[in-house]
Design a protein around this ligand. Structure first.
Ligand code: SAH
Length: 510
């Protein structure tokens, strides 16, 4: 039998400057089909998640762009992997052809007769300038921009840079790799005629939540950088356009910029909340404290579904309850018409939205988005003698069944899902807590508090959270915080994620 020899190929993919979302669509396509990914220090590691789980991931180090030795080894590695017939992604920071030695890699592949493709990326100068609010060109200030290496190879006796040309006129100059040599480079520009008052900005870790910008002018920026112990990787932007940052800044002045916020929701629910925080500039560190799983025993829920036509009210108090209830309903071959004679109550607008996704408009949403609110509103609805179905979490509070029963209703409250502890906390989150590099921790339900305390031990939790702002979604969650010994710094007036985010924003900007 003939075996088909797959031909290998190497994609040189620009990863973009830092923010992982700045990679190109083509770049993601290549990563998705990679057998091997060879990635650099400056390529955001989060992008590796696009590669198939079984893909080989090889870190090609090169901090600070070391010797030719390393480059030759990388070239050999690319050739070898492609010869084995593999689809190789060479993931490089920024753009592969801008100070990236991508050309040398292509040359090696060409010599070996192997195919390659170059996928451009947003280079550090463009990304950092955009996220610092500095337009590299502007018709009122400059008509040109130059990208210059600030760190010429040591073997070069004479500068390959035309300092004369670079210094004359008003063109914007962006130095890469120019922090350790900053003083010398600024001096050269001045020696060759640039005005010492020309504005300069250093942008470190541009486009990331850790972005730092230091501004000054040609004459004083080196001094300022030394005083601030400013470190690479950073680009140096020289030109009148730098002054526009004052007015055009948009990224690093967001209300929660630079804040590190721990999100304790279940993994499959954290995304929306994290995105809301990220939009305001925060770094959300996900630390799921809940694992949602199916009920241990379906029989009660199933029995209620079989008799679902007999209920007067369906009460739902979380998106999980909604999704699990309707999924089970569907497994019985039923759809929303089975609920035709049943009125529906949602605890709050989010749950109402989840219900609406199944084509049902809730009849009742209390203004107080918690169990007490549900009881108060249903209490006004002549609930006595009525049959209520309340599919719930295993650890739900008893208040709804208890109080509605007291009001004369017949309540069935089967378990629709369980909240379990995750097997372990993500190392990144634990590390952040231990390093005390968390500004704020958020609790969006009592279970998140109880579970985290359970996993870490209550005393340990209290100790780890010393000096950390505690944000709780509402009074019930806050009470649980107090029970485990935590003080609550933030509690929004309404128990919704949007209100919680707004309250966090107010807290950090008062
Ligand atoms: N091929 C890359 C450049 C590699 S050279 C590109 O196109 O961006 C490495 C230099 O890039 C660093 O010394 C620094 O000057 C710059 N750089 C890379 N990422 C950066 C970032 N996020 N913020 C600021 N500068 C960055």
């Amino acid at each position: 039998m003939e075996t088909e020899q797959k031909t290998g190929i190497v994609y040189l993919v620009g990863a973009g400057p830092g923010d992982p979302r700045l990679i190109t669509v083509r770049g993601v396509e290549c990563l998705c089909r990679a057998d091997v990914v060879v990635y650099d220090y400056l390529a955001n590691e989060q992008l590796l998640a696009f590669a198939p789980d079984e893909a080989e991931r090889i870190y090609a180090g090169k901090i600070g762009g070391r010797h030719n030795q390393d480059q030759a080894e990388i070239n050999r590695l690319l050739v070898q992997k492609a010869r084995e017939g593999r689809c190789v992604v060479r993931l490089k920071g920024g753009d592969p052809f801008v100070f990236g030695r991508g050309a040398e890699e292509c040359q090696a592949l060409r010599e070996a007769g192997l195919p390659f493709e170059v996928v451009p990326g947003v280079t550090a100068a463009l990304g950092s300038a955009a996220y610092a609010g500095i337009p590299l060109t502007h018709r009122d200030f400059t008509a040109s921009v130059a990208f210059v290496t600030g760190h010429e190879g040591k073997e070069k006796e004479e500068s390959a840079i035309d300092w004369e040309r670079l210094s004359l006129g008003s063109g914007t100059v962006v130095f890469y790799m120019g922090i350790t040599t900053l003083r010398r480079n600024m001096e050269r520009l001045m020696e060759h005629g640039r005005n010492p008052q020309t504005p300069v900005a250093l942008v470190r870790w541009g486009t990331t939540p850790g972005q730092q910008v230091l501004t000054g002018c040609l004459a004083d920026i080196a001094e300022r950088a030394e005083q601030a112990a400013f470190k690479p990787p950073a680009v140096t932007i020289v030109g009148e356009v730098v002054a526009l940052r004052e007015r055009l800044r948009w990224f690093d002045n967001r209300p929660l910029f630079g804040r590190r916020i721990l999100v304790t929701r279940a993994a499959d629910q954290a995304g929306e909340f994290s995105a809301m925080l990220a939009e305001r500039g925060a770094t959300a560190i996900e630390c799921p404290t809940i694992r949602l799983v199916e009920p241990e025993d379906w029989s009660f829920l199933d029995a209620t579904i079989r008799g679902v036509g007999g209920y007067d009210w369906l009460v739902l108090t979380s998106g999980n309850a909604v999704r699990n209830f309707f999924r089970r309903l569907a497994e019985f071959g039923l759809d929303t018409r089975a609920l035709a004679s049943c009125r529906v109550c949602a605890v709050g607008p989010k749950t109402a939205e989840a219900i609406l996704e199944f084509g049902i408009r809730p009849d009742l949403v209390p203004s107080d988005y918690k169990a007490e609110g549900v009881v108060a509103e249903l209490g006004k609805q002549e609930i006595a003698g009525k049959r209520v179905l309340f599919p719930r979490a295993d650890l739900a509070r008893e208040i709804i069944p208890r109080e509605l029963t007291r009001l004369g209703a017949h309540v069935d409250s089967p378990v629709a899902y369980r909240n379990l502890l995750p097997e372990r906390l993500p190392p990144e989150a634990l590390f952040a807590l231990e390093k005390r590099s968390v500004d704020c921790i958020t609790f969006t339900s009592s279970s998140t508090v109880r579970n985290l305390a359970g996993m870490l031990g209550g005393d340990m939790l209290v100790d780890m959270l010393k000096g950390v702002t505690v944000a709780s979604i509402g009074p019930v969650t806050s009470r649980t915080c107090h029970e485990v010994g935590l003080k609550v710094d933030i509690e929004p007036p309404h128990s919704t994620l949007a209100d919680l985010v707004a309250a966090i924003e107010r807290h950090f900007n008062h």
